[in-house]
Design a protein around this ligand. Sequence first.
Ligand code: FDA
Length: 303
Amino acid sequence: MPNRLLLKAAQSKQLESFTTRNRFTRPVVHRYVAGYTVQDAWNIAAELKADGIDVSLDFLGESVEDLAQVPDAIREYRTAMERLAEVSPGATISVKLSQLGVLIDPQQCAEHLEDLLHTAAEYNIGVELDMEHSSAGRPTLEIFRQFLPRFPRLRQAFQSYLRSTLADLASFDDVQPCIRLVKGAFDEPVTLAFQDAAEVTNQYKYLSAWALQHLPDPAFGTHDESCISYVIYLAKELNIAPSDFEFQMLYGIRRDRQRELAQQGYRVRVYLPYGAQWYPYLMRRMAERPANLMLFLRSAIGK
Ligand code: FDA
């Protein structure tokens, strides 16, 4: 399970300010983040596409404290979409609703999302909603439900560590949702989330089987080999074609496996973040694998 201390550090504004101004951290940042500009992201999206890998582009930023920041994020996504489908046909964008102000004003957040959804449709680009900490989880899910009938290809991330996930998935009656199944990357209390890594993995496998049998075009966001091979095994058992589901992985993690799956004929999509606000994203990646932290700390102190 993600390391709790590192997840707390992900929320520290002081550490954020120290590390983001520190030029020595750049090499480690670049392992997980496409770069600072949309051009960096387009370049990497095109490279991945040449290897048969799709992307989901994430303009980094989350938990805005002021709604005045939201239009900048919308503008950036619009700019990103102008060339995205050209450099990587089939690409999607991934959006965190806390970046659109869901924690401040869910109604305004929904209006901003609608704006983005229309622009994305014009460019023939899919939209995926990340699932964040549970404080943003319920409002995110409500907005997703509200848009699903009109935008049935909108994809929502669901976390296998949450005890409520199966009930949430089973609660859709008319339009069945497209989902991205992930284990979950935030610090949650035991009342809401399984804490034991093996239990989260078992739950992931159970929900994978459920999604393959009940939901359209599920996406499996994981680097865990046991989960990946379980999905491959189940799909074969259930006679589900590789074109009817996809694997998703994060940029910079298990690159060889990404290519190998694509070469074997599976659909693979890489979550590709870019922008200056990389700190909380990167700290969550450290929390998933604390061994990465030594590399990061050494770079931060210039060693
Ligand atoms: P697990 O953590 O067990 O890792 C399995 C193996 O993968 C490790 O043994 C290691 O080899 C490798 N690995 C995993 N993380 C690594 C890292 N950081 N650095 C290097 N190697 C690593 N979460 C969330 O709460 N909301 C969301 O919307 C999303 N969205 C999302 C999209 C996509 C495409 C992915 C792949 C993941 C997410 N996540 C997420 C993150 C997810 O919840 C989870 O924290 C990570 O994927 C790690 O879990 P794994 O399933 O990879 O297994």
